[in-house]
Design a protein around this ligand. Structure first.
Ligand code: HEC
Length: 140
């Protein structure tokens, strides 16, 4: 009896998980495209990609070309918007992505609301899935 209950609840969980996934195939596609851009996109710049500094798809501890370590992006989407003392204003995740592309790549950042920007935001936000919103919090 116990075993049947276990089997049944397992089957229900699998069904539920696949329903969740199937409900948002477009979102899953955006996340995948964003990941691809993150790893391979150079945005017309100097050849760097996001992965150059934000290693392991942004999940690992970051490393600048000069060897300096920077936090991972594992909670990045949960801590924006935040105040940026350098720009003396509140910045969003999109602002930060554009800052990295302009500052680190000397490239052309995707426009706000463009498909590429939305794909990048979808990917970076997927890394913070399930983490509590902590606007202005510390990167991990
Ligand atoms: C030359 C290294 C370098 C590259 C390449 C780079 N970044 Fe960054 N990124 C940084 C540094 C350094 C910071 C943290 C300091 C700051 O505020 O500028 C940062 C911060 C971030 C943050 C905020 C992290 C947090 O939790 O506060 C995000 C999001 C981000 N980068 C996304 C990207 C994306 C997306 C790309 C590719 C389009 C990219 N970065 C390319 C160096 C880089």
């Amino acid at each position: 009896m116990k075993r049947i209950t276990l089997l049944l609840s397992g089957a229900i969980m699998v069904l539920f998980a696949s329903m969740l996934y199937a409900a948002e195939p477009q979102l899953e596609q955006a996340i995948q495209k964003g990941k691809d851009l993150f790893i391979h996109g150079t945005f017309g710049g100097n050849g760097k990609t996001c992965e150059t500094c934000h290693t392991a798809g942004g999940t690992g501890p970051g490393k600048m070309p000069n060897g300096k370590t920077i936090p991972s992006l594992s909670n990045a989407a949960a801590i924006f918007p935040r105040f940026n003392p350098r720009f003396k204003k509140v910045v969003t995740l999109e602002d930060q992505i554009r800052n990295c592309i302009v500052g680190a790549f000397h490239g052309n950042p995707p426009a706000y609301g463009s498909a590429k920007m939305n794909d990048l935001v979808s990917y970076i936000t997927s890394l913070s899935q399930g983490k509590p919103i902590d606007m202005g919090g510390k990167p991990k």
